[in-house]
Design a protein around this ligand. Structure first.
Ligand SMILES: O=C(O)c1ccccc1NCC(=O)[C@H](O)[C@H](O)COP(=O)(O)O
Length: 398
């Protein structure tokens, strides 16, 4: 095996990086400690690998070198090895896979080894959800291949203007635009509503003056589903819809688009800057808005360094400890970060733990132009009235 070898890249997001490589097919062994350069080609991604890069523990079955499958293949799990290092350098504490599922022969950077205690248990709920998503997406991809989704997206109706709806609501009411959350349950609060009818709730929110809706699509932890998103859209609800998911793979964005989403959530605590940039590009291509969520100063700093973000959410809930503190919104909007947000004319969404008109006034004074609210309104027997109670005023169109 010599010279240039064509490669199909499964995750092209890291095309500019040096990536580890392993060889599949009839070639055995791993080049775990080898790094080879990945170059971008206008039509496809290819890899330039020299024989010298591939020596060491590798043995090559020469008879099968020409076989179709006998090319260098970069698989996602191999890229993740590099991704872990990137994540740690950006202060990301959430590991994307259990340590035992890390690439063979790879024990990870020092910080990762230091903390994993050799145990395959997630350190917190966000990590647990993230690991679960990884498996769930692999399963769902088999049932709905990306190529099929891409075709479906071509025929999908146009998306609605999520950001525009929030700006208009702010102008119309003088209050932060409301993203009302259709959520049956959550890991921190358990079941919020027993007789949960997503379409009925969505319609009530719309009547109550919500600018946009957030629909939980995670089944396991929130008792939501993509079928809820689809049903709300098909029922004729006009509010733009946010797909509230834990996105770890571009496939999820295509899937959300085919199910009627107008916007998707990206969580900075689980995604590197490069991934956010890459996923933002896909959203843009598909006409989707993106709500990029942060919880601390470091994540806010990272997100402000990424071009093209219009909507940034400040979650008052720590997704690691469940602690909720609405002063987090104020804290993150003070000083240099607040100045940059105003300069860039970004919309900040205050998320979680908002229950009263005083809470709304507090985050509005801190600088938010939108709020994302679930528990306090979904729990009401009449969610439409719940919205008026939350704002201390009827904000419906009538
Ligand atoms: O709500 C949880 O328990 C939770 C746990 C782990 C990850 C995410 C979680 N919630 C997502 C949210 O942040 C909220 O659904 C959203 O901001 C609305 O919050 P609230 O108004 O407090 O229901």
């Amino acid at each position: 095996m010599e010279g240039l070898v064509p490669v199909r890249v499964v995750s092209p997001s890291l095309y500019r990086c040096k990536v580890p490589v392993s060889i599949k097919g009839s070639i055995s062994g791993f080049a775990m400690d080898k790094r080879i350069k990945l170059f971008r080609d206008p039509s496809k991604f290819s890899i330039r690998a020299q024989q010298s890069d591939l020596k060491g523990s590798l043995s090559v079955a020469s008879s099968s070198v020409q076989e179709k499958g006998n090319v260098l293949r970069i698989k996602e799990w191999e890229l993740e090895m590099y991704q872990d290092e990137l994540a740690i350098s950006q202060g990301i504490r959430i590991r994307r896979k259990p340590p035992s599922k890390a690439p063979l022969g790879y024990s990870g950077p020092f910080e990762l080894r230091l903390n994993n205690d050799d145990a395959d248990s997630p350190r917190n709920i966000l990590e647990e959800i993230t690991w679960y998503k990884d498996e769930e997406v692999s399963r769902m991809k088999k049932l709905n291949p990306l190529e099929v989704l891409k075709k479906a997206v071509e025929d999908a109706p146009p998306t609605r203007d999520f950001v525009g709806a929030l700006r208009m609501a702010y102008q119309r009411t003088g209050f932060p635009g409301l993203i009302a959350e259709v959520k049956k349950a959550s890991p921190s609060r358990g079941i919020l509503k027993e007789n949960f009818d997503p379409v009925e709730i969505a319609q009530a929110y719309e009547k109550g003056g919500a600018a946009c809706l957030s629909v939980l699509t995670d089944q396991k932890y929130f008792k939501g589903g993509f079928e809820n998103l689809e049903a709300i859209r098909s029922a004729g609800v006009k509010c733009p819809l946010l797909c509230k998911e834990f996105v770890v793979d571009p496939w999820q964005i295509y899937y959300a688009r085919t199910k009627g989403a107008d916007a998707v959530l990206l969580i900075a605590a689980i995604l590197t800057d490069l991934e956010i940039t890459y996923l933002l590009g896909i959203c843009k291509k598909l006409g989707l808005a993106t709500l990029v969520e942060v919880h601390d100063e470091r994540e806010m700093g990272r997100v402000l360094g990424i071009e093209g973000i219009e909507l940034v959410g400040i979650n008052n809930r720590s997704l690691e400890t469940f602690e909720v503190d609405i002063s987090n919104t104020k804290k993150l909007l003070e000083g240099e970060h607040g100045r940059q947000i105003r300069e860039k004319n970004m919309i900040v969404v205050g998320e979680s733990g908002l229950f009263t008109p005083d809470d709304i006034a507090y985050v509005q004074a801190a600088g938010v132009k939108a709020v994302l609210v679930g528990e306090s309104i979904v729990k009401q027997s009449d969610p439409e009235k719940g919205i008026a109670g939350l704002f201390g005023k009827n904000i419906s169109h009538t």
